[in-house]
Design a binder for this molecule. Structure first.
Ligand code: AGP
Length: 623
């Protein structure tokens, strides 16, 4: 998840671009860069680190190694430019991987957010006809592709390039040949135009230009937008014109950073389809299986040779690990041990060279998870980190890394990172199954197809589920206790649902394996106690229905997450939150979303600050 910005107009572009990037820095800060056109020259300056590093470089002396002239860039009255702040996905955090990227002749510059899935094939083709690539990124291919198609009309070249690109992305391009033109394109990732008087802005999010204009045009998927100082035109990739009214947003700067959502948590809940698409994209490009050969990943022979898997994590990441245990055991038939990192590290665990220990951590900085990983490594185990944060400590303490690509998560309550962690666990389970030949190839292909469909299913679910969760919250927001139950893959969802409620609403909640209810927690039930039950499709659904009946017989009010089309659970519950159908093992990724929304609606009714719940911190670097 990167931030992109563009300006074309009459004012000096450099400051406007930097100001825009400052507003987008929450989208990533691994590196940043800008390119501007002035007096027949394109100047680019890129720097590793956050915007201060870029600013320093712009203010500093000329850097001959960069091959550009930042002093000229500072001095010239360039009025057209593009900028980028990076959250690395493909390619290390380095200056050569920082955007803007350019073609071999340095005449086309681009800034890109997202992933180009077919970049390897395009890169090979372009290299064969003379393109010289200078970065490890997927994004650079766009600059070369536009240059290949360029014949005097940038918009035309972008349309031709767009048709060849697969993946989900948004980008803005400019060329020396047309110094007062910017062309942007959108496929899944956001792109918004800000309309000014004789000047236009384009960016990943409104805050980038909110200080200058509130008049916006939201670019839709599959649209190409051309910006000149005095006009903006939108077309389809085939060149057909698109009419898009100019809207006026009345957002204050803070609302704008939240993309119009009232909180970061709600925004991040809504980003889950995109985040999941990024996480699975290239890894599921092969219809018949999964590829986990990212840079920095473990060698396949190590995966194939593991005799046992041990998963260590804390909080939400631990719940993703629980889903992982079910998936790996079910598909790859490998024994999986799972522990809370703060327990594991002091347990004197039996672990050694034939074990693969997986540390899951969004931040990659959680002290307990790091300590557990370190201990396992000291005892000879191979350690794999699953994290959302490039350059984090977890990446340095592990033998291999798999990144979730959820983008920056600001809300303290993890939402989109959980969904992405679960997705990586599924991918790992399937890859292990492939390597160990424990699942039929047809079954693997079927599951890969189902996983690829999940981003769409999430988008559909979020559209439909919000008002249902609100209506249910109206009936239970003032309860002082909730019980969450689930069985098998429903159990981690129940655990995560209860954690979300506790964290942001401060309501006491317990989560139990449904079969355990009769061994104690059932005593907590009273007339009207809300019991939230994860009752999606599974081979143990009938057992769960019996547990629901036991709860209801004690007067509990049962709220069930069910699979769309359910007729088995419905007669026994008071309220339902349906999720789209999928393979039953994949249901957790969908089932957690209504529970995030329910916790959210309850907390908001109680008037609480969900982004910064009391006593909590986003990253827990103390044990
Ligand atoms: C989740 O909502 C919490 N904020 C918390 O449980 C979190 O998942 C836990 O602290 C682990 O963090 P990590 O993923 O950064 O290691």
């Amino acid at each position: 998840m990167c931030g992109i910005v563009g300006y074309v107009g009459e004012r000096p572009a450099r400051e406007l671009l930097l100001e825009g990037l400052r507003q987008l820095e929450y989208r990533g800060y691994d590196s940043a860069g800008i390119s501007v056109i002035a007096e027949g020259q394109i100047d680019a300056v890129r720097a590793v680190g956050n915007l201060s590093a870029l600013q320093e470089k712009l203010d500093g002396p000329v850097s001959p190694r960069e091959g550009v002239a930042p002093v000229a860039l500072a001095a010239k009255p360039a009025t057209t430019g593009i900028g980028h702040t990076r959250w690395a996905t493909h390619g290390r955090v380095s200056e050569k991987n920082a955007h803007p990227h350019s073609d071999s002749a340095d005449r086309v510059h681009v800034v890109v957010n997202g992933i180009v899935e077919n970049y390897m094939a395009l890169k090979e083709r372009l290299a064969a006809t003379g393109s010289v690539f200078t970065s490890e990124t997927d994004a650079e291919v766009i600059a070369h592709l536009i240059a290949e198609h360029y014949d005097g009309d940038l918009a035309e070249a972008v349309r031709a390039a767009y048709i060849e690109l697969e993946g989900h992305f948004a980008f803005v391009a400019m060329t020396l040949e047309e110094p007062d033109v910017l062309v942007g394109a959108r496929k899944e990732c956001p792109l918004i135009v800000g309309r000014g008087e004789d000047e236009q802005f384009v960016a990943s999010a409104v805050p980038a230009f909110l200080a200058h204009t509130r008049r916006v045009q939201f670019i839709d998927n599959g649209e190409i937008v051309t910006l000149r100082p005095d006009e903006v035109t939108i077309t389809t990739p085939a060149g057909e014109p698109v009419e898009r009214p100019v809207q006026t947003v009345d957002w204050d700067p803070e609302t704008a950073q939240k993309g119009g959502f009232e909180t970061f948590m709600l925004k991040e809940i809504h980003e889950q389809a995109d985040a999941l698409a990024e996480t699975i994209s290239d890894r599921t490009a092969r219809a018949t299986g999964v590829d986990l050969d990212d840079e920095g990943a473990l060698e396949e022979s190590i995966l194939a040779g593991a005799r046992r898997i041990v998963i260590v994590a804390c909080g939400t990441a631990y719940h993703a690990g629980v889903v992982g245990r079910y998936a790996i055991e079910e598909w790859a038939r490998l024994p999986v041990e799972l522990d809370i990192a703060s327990e594991y590290r002091y347990r004197n665990p039996v672990v050694g060279p034939s074990d693969l220990v997986i540390g899951i951590s969004q931040s990659g900085e959680t002290a307990d998870t790091l300590a557990a990983m370190r201990l396992a490594r000291e005892r000879g185990a191979t350690v794999l980190a699953i994290t959302n944060t490039m350059g984090s400590q977890a990446t340095r303490e592990a033998d291999g890394v798999l990144f979730t690509r959820a983008g920056l998560e600001i809300g303290v309550a993890a939402t989109k990172t959980f969904v992405c962690q679960v997705a990586v666990m599924y991918l790992l389970g399937l890859r292990l199954a492939e390597l160990r030949q424990t699942l039929a190839r047809e079954r693997i292909a079927e599951l890969v197809a189902e996983i690829k469909h999940l981003p769409n299913a999430i988008a559909e679910l979020i559209r439909a589920c919000g008002s249902r969760a609100e209506a249910i919250a109206d009936t239970c927001w003032d309860s002082d206790f909730f019980l969450y139950i689930g069985r098998h893959i429903g159990l981690p969802v129940a655990l995560e649902g209860a954690l979300k409620l506790k964290e942001i609403s401060y309501i006491s909640a317990d989560a139990y394996a449904a079969g355990e209810m009769k061994h104690g927690p059932i005593a907590l039930l009273d007339e009207g106690t809300p019991v939230v039950c994860v009752a999606t499709q599974s081979p143990v659904l009938d057992k769960l229905v019996s547990n629901i009946q036991e709860a209801r017989a004690r007067g509990a009010r049962v709220i069930a997450v069910v699979t769309a089309g359910d007729t088995v659970v419905e007669p026994h519950v008071d309220a339902m939150l349906p999720v789209p159908a999928s393979d039953w093992m994949l249901q957790p990724i969908l089932a957690v979303i209504p529970l995030q929304l329910l916790a959210y609606a309850v907390a908001r009714r109680r008037g609480l600050n969900v982004d910064q719940p009391r006593n909590l911190a986003k990253t827990v670097t103390v044990e």
